[in-house]
Design a protein. Structure first.
Length: 279
């Protein structure tokens, strides 16, 4: 573990896995400790992974100003980490909600990003809409699963604005390519790893300016990988296709039978794809 100080004096932590050229990794959640990423299925055998615990999560300190949890303000923490590492340019990898932060960083500091890997990305920063029909079509790819009927009914309730704690628990299998013991343990650890106050502030008013972000992305020329899961309900491939088109130099790879955490569903395939891009 390594520590550094953010612009406002908040002490931040990052976890280091493996050897070789570094890759800075930003977790999702939003505002979930980086522990859930593990070593990304063994990607650390190819590159050194620098896993940032965002402020108020994991081993990083809670800031004095809760408004500093807002996504656009977290960009300065990523820049502080780059400076701490002494990197002029860095490879940047992010997962889920963390891809919003990576995208904002790349648009504000494009000169410091050599490659950008977006794993099952969120589309909030870019202002892309994922329709209910797309989510239904993606969910129906799992019709043969024993849990499907209960989970699909819960999904319909959530989309109808009738979400309950039980409904969110019922749809959990949709986030994983396999709802096995590993996936269930991964999901069970989520509540303890996530800072709910920080998550509420992450996307609050002013965090995103989709029109400006989309315009900036058209000028971001570094190589970009978007890795989607074929059965990922959160980041379905049709939306990922739309996101990919915003970048002038991006490739979309859809990992077969993968959900929102593709390194858990098929570590070998995930590592092969990601390591080849980062090579």
């Amino acid at each position: 573990m390594d520590f550094f100080t953010a612009y406002d004096g908040t002490k931040l932590a990052c976890h280091v896995f493996g050897d070789g050229p570094p890759v800075v990794c930003l977790p999702g959640g939003p505002m979930q400790a980086s522990a859930y990423l593990g070593d990304l299925g063994g990607l650390s055998t190819h590159r050194q992974l620098i896993m940032l615990d965002l402020r108020g999560t994991g081993q990083s300190a809670v800031p004095k100003d809760a408004a500093s949890y807002r996504c656009d303000r977290l960009v300065d923490d990523v820049e502080a980490l780059r400076e701490h590492l002494g990197l002029d340019r860095m490879d940047l990898l992010a997962h889920s909600a963390g891809t919003n932060l990576a995208t904002l960083y790349a648009t504000r500091h494009p000169e410091h990003v050599s490659k950008l890997a977006l794993i099952t990305p969120s589309v909030m920063a870019a202002g892309i809409t994922i329709t209910e029909d797309v989510r239904r079509e993606t969910a129906r790819l799992r019709e043969d699963e024993p849990w499907f009927s209960t989970a699909f009914a819960a999904l319909e309730a959530v989309m109808a604005g009738q979400a309950t704690g039980d409904a969110f628990q019922a749809i959990a299998p949709f986030w994983y390519g396999r709802w096995d013991e590993t996936a269930q343990a991964h999901k069970a650890a989520e509540d303890e790893q996530r800072n709910s106050e920080a998550a509420a502030a992450f996307g609050s008013e002013g965090a995103f300016d989709p029109e400006a972000t989309r315009a900036a992305l058209t000028r971001f020329t570094s190589p970009v990988l978007l890795l989607a899961g074929e059965v990922d309900l959160n980041s379905p491939p049709p939306a990922m296709t739309e996101l990919t088109r915003l970048f002038p130099n991006a490739d979309l790879v859809v990992q077969a039978r993968a959900g929102h955490f593709p390194w858990l569903d098929d570590a070998g395939q995930f590592v092969a794809t990601t390591a080849a891009f980062l090579r």
